[in-house]
Structure formats: C-alpha cells, structure tokens
Ligand binder design. Structure first.
Ligand SMILES: [Zn+2]
Length: 352
C-alpha cells in the first residue's frame, strides 16, 4: 500500500544542527561539508584502525539518563514497514542508507572510506545508528549529524532482535536510543561552531528508525510507530556483510535499484568491501540517470510503499534471526563473554 507523507512536514524537534554553509575551498568546492566549520579536514578524515570492531563487555554505566522529546504516534497512513517510495513519473532518486549497528558486547567501527566518498562526491545519504554507537563514537556522530548531506536515524540502543522483546523491553530500548540521540545532538548544538541559522529539513531526522536485522513483529512495529518513529526498511539489499568482492555489492545494488529505492548497506565495519564498492555504485547509478536523496527527502517527494511486516527480500525471510540472535537483554552474546580484551571479533557479530 502507499501513503501520503504530509506527516513528515509536521515534525517539530528542538535539537538539531547544521554547522555551516561555507567550507574551505581546498576541502570541497561545493560547500557540501557543512561539518567542516566545526572540524578541520584532518579531523574529518579517516584514521587507521577506525573500521575495526572491538569486543568488550557491556557496560551499563554508559546508558544515557537524559531527557528526549516525546513524539506523537505515527498516523495510520504511515504505519508499517516502509520499503521504498513511489515517485512521480520520470523522477529518478534513490536513497543510499548505511547502518551503524552496535551489539551489546562490542564497539563497532566507523568506515571512513564510505563517508569520505559521500562527501567527495557530494552524495546525500542516511545513516541508521544504534544509540550505543552514537555514544561510543561521539565525535564521528556529531560530524555526521552536522553535515547537511546526511540524515541520521535511529537503530535501537544495542541492536537486539526486536521480534524477541516484549513491549516493555522495546519501549525501554527506544527510550535509551532516543536519549543517546538527544544527548549527541545537544552536545553538537552547544559547540561554538554551531549555527542555528543552518537548521534545515533534517529536523525530521529523529523520526526515522530501522529495526536491528530489519526484523520486527506486529507488536514491535506498533511500539515503534507509537513512539512516533517511521520504520524504514529497504527494497534493495546490497549483501555487503557477506559479499566477497566490491563487484558483488555493486552488482546487487545497481541491478535492483529503481526510482524511489531504499538501499541498505553498512558503515560500521561489517561491510568488508562497501567503501570500495561505493564509488562504483555512485558512478553506475549516475550513469543511469539517478540522483541521491536522504530517506526523509525521498518521503517528502512521493508516497511511501509500506508493507505490513518487516522482511529482507520476501515476507518471513528474517525469522531466521530469532535463532541467530536470540539475545533479549543488554548482556553480550555468549561468543563475546570470553573475550573482553579488545580482540577483533570473528563471525560472532551480527550480519545486520
Ligand atoms: Zn543493524
């Protein structure tokens, strides 16, 4: 089914940010780097080792205790799992999305190669960040939030399988996630470089949510929508957590992308070849006449295509995560418990 998206325009949030309109000419010619006002080119660039994922026991002390703005429930026409957007005839926009998942027993990575490419190519994108990722990567989180190219949505507090959580657990998780998000946005807004004049349509950021593993059931989908969050799924799977080559990712994406598509990838170190594939994807899609929009912009320009359930490629195909990721609390999965030494994880981590 499809639904009109006037709801987005009603978004009212107090804590957002845009840093600046003018970037140093040597950094980028087109002033895409709103973030550059707060950070030097060196500070924005990736550092060696940042993409690595580290095992570490869950530390309850980092759970945020601040406040967040309660949102009105999502109206009926936007409830459900949003898979793509139906655009006007001839409009060729797609949304690249990158998940920043972080499990309870790890500190996941920051794939700077992806962000650098997006900035260099002046390509808009949407990130879905776990709340714990935001707090564990606060500077990077602020840089993403402060860049006018990017929209940052929520991805749960510690990336548990929402199909296995009860209503109370879902609400508690969302509260932690929303608090983490509010905390980082507030810190960015308080920086001397912050310019309220550059607040823009990204005020709708906080309304976007992606389920961990893209997995939900009716109850958790309702809970997310009741919390005022749009559930953003995808219609194009890059397969980047398991892809063996950049070319495989490129083919998965380019062959399936169509106007209004939402494409899922990872920027937390779980996509081994994603950064390598991205310039090829951008170039191929541009050659086919596509431009890039954030998910929020896509929704504002068309009608959401909404499914009643969450799934990866076809209904029911993500039930497998119940077996693969049965963790219901914030304790690290068993595979992480024997390794609190910061060693790199093997295959025990999530696959989205
Ligand atoms: Zn994820």
């Amino acid at each position: 089914m499809t639904a009109k998206t006037g709801f987005l325009n009603a978004a009212v949030l107090t804590c957002c940010c845009l840093a600046a309109a003018i970037a140093p000419a040597n950094l980028v010619q087109n002033s895409a780097f709103a973030a550059a006002q707060c950070w030097s080119e060196e500070e924005l660039a990736g550092r060696p080792g940042e993409k690595a994922i580290w095992r570490t026991p869950y530390n309850r002390a980092i759970e945020p205790r601040g406040t967040f703005t309660e949102l009105p429930p999502v109206p009926p026409q936007m409830r459900g799992s949003i898979r793509s957007v139906k655009l006007r005839e001839g409009e060729r926009l797609v949304a690249l999305t990158f998940d920043l998942c972080e499990n309870p027993g790890e500190i996941s990575g920051y794939d700077a190669g992806i962000v650098d490419t997006l900035r260099r190519e002046d390509v808009k994108a949407t990130f879905f960040a776990s709340g714990k990722w935001l707090l564990d990567h606060e500077e990077r989180a602020q840089q993403l939030l402060g860049d006018r190219l990017f929209q940052v949505g929520l991805h749960s507090w510690t990336h548990r399988n929402f199909r296995l959580l009860n209503d109370e657990q879902v609400r508690a998780d969302l509260a932690l996630d929303l608090r983490a998000d509010a905390e980082v946005r507030k810190k960015l807004a308080s920086r001397a470089c912050f310019r309220p004049a550059f607040l823009n349509d990204r005020q709708a950021d906080i309304r976007l949510f992606r389920f961990p593993f893209g997995a939900c059931n009716e109850e958790s989908l309702n809970a997310v929508n009741n919390a005022g969050l749009l559930a953003i799924q995808w219609d194009v799977v890059s397969g980047d957590p398991s892809a063996q080559t950049a070319e495989a990712i490129r083919q998965s994406v380019v062959a399936s992308a169509k106007p209004g598509s939402i494409i899922v990838m990872h920027a937390n170190g779980r996509g081994k070849h994603t950064a390598e594939a991205l310039p090829l994807i951008i170039s191929d899609l541009r050659r086919r006449g596509f431009s890039f929009a954030t998910v929020g912009e896509l929704l504002e320009r068309g009608e959401a295509v909404i499914a009643k359930s969450c799934y990866e490629r076809k209904p029911g195909d993500n039930v497998k995560y119940d077996r693969l990721f049965p963790v219901k609390d914030h304790r690290p999965p068993r595979a992480f418990l024997n390794s609190g030494d910061g060693s790199a994880p093997g295959q025990a981590g999530e696959r989205r």
